[in-house]
Design a protein around this ligand. Structure first.
Ligand SMILES: Nc1ncnc2c1ncn2[C@@H]1O[C@H](COP(=O)(O)OP(=O)(O)OP(=O)(O)O)[C@@H](O)[C@H]1O
Length: 258
């Protein structure tokens, strides 16, 4: 029987820093089109797992397959080319570039015009450049940022910077979009709008999404499945309802508050 290929297949991945096992023997399988949450108390290993998925760190043990192909040892930009793009917990925009240029940078790798035509300023370069600007503006429209395209990214309010980061990740045309705390610092209205936006872009761009989020209303409201990490280990996986009522999960979160 043919083996099922998952879009993302994490097989017994671990990552140690000195004596600390930040991610310990984690396995997770995500099918194309799913919207999955990754939660856990502070220091559980969520960002470290994202860093393994995106080539920031290599797993100390285990394998990570994207579309059935191992991404072990790939650099972050190579993983982006293989179809996974991310946002960061601490926003990482090019603050001194315009909002438009932040998106164009991501779009650049998908542009058809060659470096050769750019250097020689051939007509195809200008056509390519105009096309890229047009596409970038389309992405900005989705995130209601087109009116601010010429502002410096660093001058946007926090919630808009978060949206711009997602627009930039999306412009890289990923199959898998990894969002690290997309609602952090947003007010309830912004969070609510973001939930709708995440669901909309998933449909529109045929995306698979994995998101880390502390805002439980967002996680429980949009995710179909949730993985829970605690002290580097996967302690639960299930639907939002299953996770809400899972004693191990409740205990992990109560431990955090104690
Ligand atoms: N580069 C590193 N060097 C040493 N320790 C690290 C490194 N990166 C992460 N850690 C440690 O690994 C553990 C997991 O951290 P991580 O940031 O992945 O957790 P998290 O679940 O994302 O936490 P939070 O919700 O607070 O962002 C923590 O104890 C952290 O201090």
């Amino acid at each position: 029987m043919a083996q099922q290929t998952f879009l993302l297949d994490v097989q017994n991945a671990s990552r140690t820093f000195g004596g600390l096992k930040a991610v310990s023997d984690v396995s997770m399988q995500i099918r194309k089109g799913e919207l999955v949450g990754l939660i856990g108390p502070n220091g559980a290993g969520k960002t470290t797992l994202f860093n393994l998925l995106t080539g920031v760190y290599e797993p100390s043990e285990g394998r990570i397959l994207l579309n059935g192909v191992s991404v072990g040892g790939s650099k972050p930009y190579q993983i982006t080319q293989k179809g996974a793009a991310r946002t960061f917990q601490n926003i990482r925009l090019f603050g001194n570039l315009s909002v438009l240029d932040n998106v164009k940078i991501a779009y650049h790798q998908h542009s058809k015009h060659s470096v050769f035509s750019s250097v020689l300023r051939l007509p195809s370069h200008f056509r390519g450049e105009a096309e890229m600007t047009e596409k970038a503006v389309e992405f900005l429209k989705i995130f209601k940022l087109d009116g601010k395209k010429d502002e410096l990214a660093k001058n946007l309010p926090y919630g808009e910077q978060r949206r711009l980061e997602i627009a930039r990740a999306l412009a890289a045309r990923p199959q898998l979009l990894l969002l690290d705390e997309p609602a952090a610092g947003m007010n309830p209205q912004e969070t609510h709008d973001l939930m709708n936006l995440i669901q909309w872009i998933r449909q529109e761009f045929d995306l698979t999404i994995l998101l880390i989020e502390h805002d439980m209303s967002l996680v429980m409201g949009v995710c179909e499945r949730i993985y829970v990490l605690d002290r580097g280990m996967l302690i639960a996986e299930g639907t939002p309802n299953e996770i809400k009522n899972n004693p191990k999960v409740i205990e992990a979160y109560l431990g955090q508050e104690a």
